[in-house]
Design a protein. Structure first.
Length: 212
């Protein structure tokens, strides 16, 4: 008997007397939308983004304001890679199928987003033409992500309901980080060390706030 067969036999023996109708794990997940008004939802999203040690900039949705906010988020002289169809004319190099080694030569990436999740401060990418391949959002050290207020949903159930399960998805909550080694937080191990979210159309508060 192989190890696999032995494990499956033991599992079968362990559940042989179980009642198929018995609920062993509570499944009382929330399925109704959380109660937030539009402005409250956007404020919550911004607060949660900062809780995850990302930087947040709020600005109006006109092109000039967006370009100014994105430009301020990028280091001077940074080499920037862009998805094929970013809606704003940000200076940079459009992705041409660069290899990981070539992407490592870029300092930053600027993308749009598919959704923002208010309760978790999460940005969701589905890697459409305005968001680019997953690789370009993982290799550069800085990710500037532009999120519209009408893309912000309350929680995970609302996000899942709006997403196409057939598309690739990347869920981003703050900069890439791990605490695997003695619980010391290290950023930039599995992706960008810095996440800067530009939230457009939020309000007239144009201040940039950085996590402390």
């Amino acid at each position: 008997m192989s190890a696999r067969e032995d494990i499956l036999r033991r599992v079968a023996d362990a559940v042989a007397d179980a009642d198929p109708g018995e609920v062993l794990v509570p499944r009382g997940y929330r399925s109704r939308p959380a109660r937030h008004d539009g402005a409250g939802l956007v404020r919550l999203f911004g607060d949660r983004v900062e809780d995850y040690r990302a930087t947040l900039t709020r600005c109006p949705s006109d092109e000039q304001s967006v370009l100014a906010a994105v430009g301020a988020a990028l280091p001077q002289g940074a080499r920037v890679v862009l998805p094929a169809e970013l809606p704003w004319p940000v200076p940079g190099t459009r992705d041409a199928g660069f290899t990981a080694s070539e992407l490592d030569g870029f300092d930053a990436v600027v993308t749009a987003a598919a959704l923002g999740v208010a309760e978790t401060g999460t940005v969701v990418l589905t890697h459409g033409a305005d968001q680019g391949r997953r690789a370009i959002t993982l290799v550069p050290d800085l990710h500037v992500c532009v999120v519209r207020t009408d893309q912000v949903v309350a929680g995970i159930p609302e996000a899942v309901a709006r997403l196409d399960p057939r598309r690739p998805q990347t869920w981003i909550s703050g900069p890439s980080a791990t605490s695997d080694i003695e619980l010391d937080r290290i950023e930039g191990v599995h992706g960008p060390r810095t996440l800067h979210v530009v939230l457009i159309g939020a309000d007239q508060d144009h201040r940039t706030r950085s996590p402390t």
